[in-house]
Design a protein around this ligand. Structure first.
Ligand SMILES: Cc1cc2nc3c(=O)[nH]c(=O)nc-3n(C[C@H](O)[C@H](O)[C@H](O)COP(=O)(O)OP(=O)(O)OC[C@H]3O[C@@H](n4cnc5c(N)ncnc54)[C@H](O)[C@@H]3O)c2cc1C
Length: 300
């Protein structure tokens, strides 16, 4: 990417040095070629179009709370959505949330106005775009159930209906298309601010025993009818470590970065997968998203 050929509107939101370790909850990962921090819809579209036309690999990220980026970094560009913030009401029982809004800000907005229905997201360290892409959720509820449509850019602005998002377990159509989630409309139920606050406190309390330390939350998806954490615990992995990557004592589906490298985390993931398959005949599948080069495979 020759700097002189970058359009002015794109150059204005470009950052040359982007170290993933500073922008992911794992605190791991090398550098990207560069990063873009669009704020407006126009800037996001310009950045996307520019990257598409320049043939550079790129992907969108939010808080980096579900990413394991290789120590060698990523040979491409990143569109970081965290400046694309804002929430507004679209109907009596619906709001539109822009992709870079954090879950915390969204819930603060809902609490102030007495909009209920999304409290189960409390304390998830994510952007709204990230949680939509992953169909994230907690306590048996998932954001895909509350979304009416997603606003998406892939060279064209599209309003993708809930049905066409095909929300499934940690899945949405948007995961298979290298585009940009710009935001989404979600249903809410009017209640009093006090009632909303109480529900947020309830869901936050449910998470109070979650492991401390740097992680990506749950590393593996739950296999059908069983819990990945319980299988990993049953195989005796709690407290087991490779280098500075350690299986949490509190929750075996969490791998904590305790001064390690992305390679340590990846090695631990591979060991867990191999041993769980030998012990139980179950092949665990990662929920964490890999970026960069691991074991001669390139992701992202
Ligand atoms: C302590 C902890 C607890 C967690 N608890 C939960 C939980 O209870 N439930 C849960 O579901 N998850 C949980 N997670 C995992 C994580 O927060 C979610 O997967 C979340 O959805 C990731 O959001 P993000 O903004 O950080 O996305 P990132 O991690 O930055 O990206 C995740 C994926 O979404 C894509 N993406 C992000 N934004 C966009 C966009 N605007 N357009 C297109 N693609 C995009 C990225 O390319 C990537 O593939 C937890 C993580 C941590 C660290």
């Amino acid at each position: 990417m020759n700097r002189s050929s970058v359009p002015l509107s794109v150059a204005a939101v470009r950052r040359e040095r982007f170290v993933f370790a500073r922008h992911t909850t794992y605190g791991l990962g090398g550098e990207a070629k560069c990063a873009y921090f669009p704020k407006t819809l126009k800037q996001a579209v310009c950045v996307y179009d520019y990257l598409k036309s320049s043939g550079v690999d790129f992907f969108a990220m939010g808080c980096g709370s579900n990413l394991l980026v290789s120590d060698g970094g990523y040979n491409g560009a990143v569109i970081v959505t965290t400046r694309m913030k804002g929430v507004y009401r679209t109907a009596r029982d619906k709001i539109f949330c822009r992709a870079g809004t954090t879950v915390g800000s969204l819930l603060q907005y809902c609490k102030t106005r007495g909009f209920s229905g999304l409290e189960y997201l409390a304390s998830i360290p994510a952007t709204f775009g990230g949680i939509t892409c992953m169909n994230g959720g907690a306590a048996g509820k998932f954001i895909g159930d509350d979304i009416t449509y997603v606003k998406f850019y892939d060279g064209k602005i599209r309003l993708i209906s809930k049905e066409n998002c095909k929300f499934g377990y940690k899945y949405s159509t948007m995961r298979d298309i290298n585009g940009l989630i710009l935001g989404a409309e979600v249903k809410i139920t009017p209640e009093t601010p006090a009632e909303v606050e109480e529900k947020i406190s309830h869901y936050s309390a449910l998470r109070s025993r979650q492991p401390r330390g740097r992680s990506c939350g749950c590393v593996f998806k739950n296999p059908p009818q069983c819990s990945a954490g319980k299988l990993i615990e049953a195989a005796g992995f709690k407290g087991f470590s490779i280098g500075g990557a350690k299986v949490s004592e509190a929750h075996a589906n969490f791998i904590i970065n305790d001064g390690g490298t992305a390679a340590d985390v990846r090695a631990l993931i591979k060991k867990i997968k191999t041993d769980i398959f030998s012990a139980f005949g179950v092949l665990l599948e990662e929920e964490v998203v890999y970026i960069g080069e691991f074991d001669d495979k390139t992701y992202g």
